[in-house]
Design a protein around this ligand. Sequence first.
Ligand SMILES: *[C@@H]1O[C@H](CO)[C@@H](O)[C@H](O)[C@H]1NC(C)=O
Ligand SMILES: *[C@@H]1O[C@H](CO)[C@@H](O)[C@H](O)[C@H]1NC(C)=O
Ligand SMILES: *[C@@H]1O[C@H](CO)[C@@H](O)[C@H](O)[C@H]1NC(C)=O
Ligand SMILES: *[C@@H]1O[C@H](CO)[C@@H](O)[C@H](O)[C@H]1NC(C)=O
Length: 348
Amino acid sequence: MYWSIALSSIALVPPSNALVRFHCSQLVTQRLDPLVNPGMIPSTHVHQIVGGDSFNATMDPKKDMPGESTCTSCQFVDDFSNYWTAILYFRARNGTYKRVPQLGNNQFRDANGGLTVYYMQDAIYLPNQTSPVTAFKPGFRMLIGDVQARTLEQASRFRQLTYTCLDTFVTRSPETIAFPKRRCTEGIMTSLRFPTCWDGKNLDSPDHISHMSYPETGTFESGGPCPASHPVRTAQVMFEVVWDTKPFNELEWPEDGSNPFVWSFGDATGYANHADYVFGWRDDSLQRILDTPGCHFMTNCSVESRSKLQSVEEMNRCTQKPVIDEDIDGWLPELPGGYQAEYGPSSI
Ligand SMILES: *[C@@H]1O[C@H](CO)[C@@H](O)[C@H](O)[C@H]1NC(C)=O
Ligand SMILES: *[C@@H]1O[C@H](CO)[C@@H](O)[C@H](O)[C@H]1NC(C)=O
Ligand SMILES: *[C@@H]1O[C@H](CO)[C@@H](O)[C@H](O)[C@H]1NC(C)=O
Ligand SMILES: *[C@@H]1O[C@H](CO)[C@@H](O)[C@H](O)[C@H]1NC(C)=O
């Protein structure tokens, strides 16, 4: 009797198959980095940050991000996480730099810049996501990529931190590890994918990477198993960021054919593409979404999981005033923080 009840209740549970994709507008763009340079005002280089407005120079793991935020720039009202990346600059022939603005992504064109976030169970964009995943815990944070990387070999330590040259606004391939070498009609998209295996114990680690791992064999794409050291399978967090390089296509580019786009810390190769994540969802709201049958992109993710969505206008209204008073937008003789463009051995 016991068994028949147990089995029939299992049979009634529909398979969870969630792939959620949503947008977050720009919260603030400034030199702060609570993961790598906690408490440092200003931090080394400029970032663009989205999410809950409790973001500041220090993000103690015990910080109550939903409790201390008054709003979030993300579409799910329960998501007070912070997501951030460096920003791009264009380097003119005369050696000055101009910030490359961001655009709202496809389906979120009215958003004020920011980035699109995915939480994926499987590495397919179809609704049949089948692998159960565990949501992150309060205080969890991680980063991916290496600001020092200037060669393909150094970048190869990471999987799938890529660039897409947008011939149209919805171009999604090919993806490259270096900056695109040609003028991209609609801009450049960066896609940043985090590892998916957690050690199950540590909310962070000294390098902010090693408490996470890629699958031991195969990849997230091939469904490879997590290693024994990092046995807990999490959702794959992915960011898509659209950089509006279009206005710079009309300007003169370097005579030697080198790429004119430079990360805010000077990398002109593109190999130092990196991203940061501090988990801050309210209660178990992320797990509920990941357990929602039929949740795909934005369809069916909100109702059954009881997670509310806000409008793009509301997302755009959630902003922070920069605490660092410096010009990041003019034609600048050097990048904020004193960086100059750095070309790796093979960037020309
Ligand atoms: C950051 O927020 C915490 C509260 O979580 C606060 O105690 C601290 O003073 C803030 N730091 C800065 C630099 O604003
Ligand atoms: C450098 O070049 C840019 C782009 O052509 C131009 O807008 C800017 O005024 C120039 N700056 C100087 C100091 O010549
Ligand atoms: C997902 O569905 C597609 C077609 O609907 C199928 O080709 C693919 O094999 C399925 N993938 C998995 C992992 O079930
Ligand atoms: C959304 O959920 C409903 C009811 O569970 C289902 O009939 C529908 O097929 C789902 N839509 C998608 C796109 O999965």
